[in-house]
Design a protein around this ligand. Sequence first.
Ligand code: COA
Length: 206
Amino acid sequence: MAQLRQVEDEPDSPAPDSFGLFVRGRGFLRRRLGLAVTRMRHRRVTFGDRCDVRSGARFLVSRNAEVRFGSGCVLDRGFTLESRGRLVVGERTVFGHHCTVASARDVQIGRDCLFGEFVSVRDHDHAFAQSGTAIIDQGRVIAPVHIGDNVWIGAKATVTRGVTIGANTVVGAQAVVTRDLPANCVAVGVPARVVRHRDTRSTATH
Ligand SMILES: CC(C)(COP(=O)(O)OP(=O)(O)OC[C@H]1O[C@@H](n2cnc3c(N)ncnc32)[C@H](O)[C@@H]1OP(=O)(O)O)[C@@H](O)C(=O)NCCC(=O)NCCS
């Protein structure tokens, strides 16, 4: 409740003066130009309008991969993407700095999701069943990852192969998600477990 009051008490930001408008306009142009350059450099990736791809983003995309970001996505500094398969991200999803998303076959992320910094999402692991063979020679185990709309994943969390996270769910910082999580819940810890369900009728901020 205290947190809610704090949000309500925040003063409205003052209307920008002409210098503020100039700065905003410059930022807008920089993002538009940046997106044009990113599209040219990474032709195997489809970016919707108004995507904001910040410095140090890396895209390792093989020829047959399908990679799409909806409009208004933000990929903060040091974002890393590896794809040999399908990777689809919905509109307005935001990745904090140094997130990694890797798709060997199928990763789907909904719209309006928020990823804290250093989050890792992968649909594959190294196979390691044979103890007498180097793990590096044992290939991969692959299973799709699906993350619903409006999911918030806290900083440094990891989502492992084969996991589905339902819409509107919150995953705590540093969690390791190894099993499916339902929609509308809060899950924390290693491995991530549901600690409560969210009241979706509520208009509160959390
Ligand atoms: C999960 C989170 C959103 C809090 O959600 P909440 O529903 O308000 O949960 P609560 O604070 O009531 O905590 C519920 C329980 O989970 C525990 N918990 C909360 N966050 C946890 C975390 N990240 N890891 C492990 N346990 C956690 C609490 O200690 C509490 O345990 P208890 O019932 O034994 O006391 C918050 O703790 C969090 O991790 N935020 C992510 C912050 C972040 O990474 N931001 C990056 C920028 S996007």
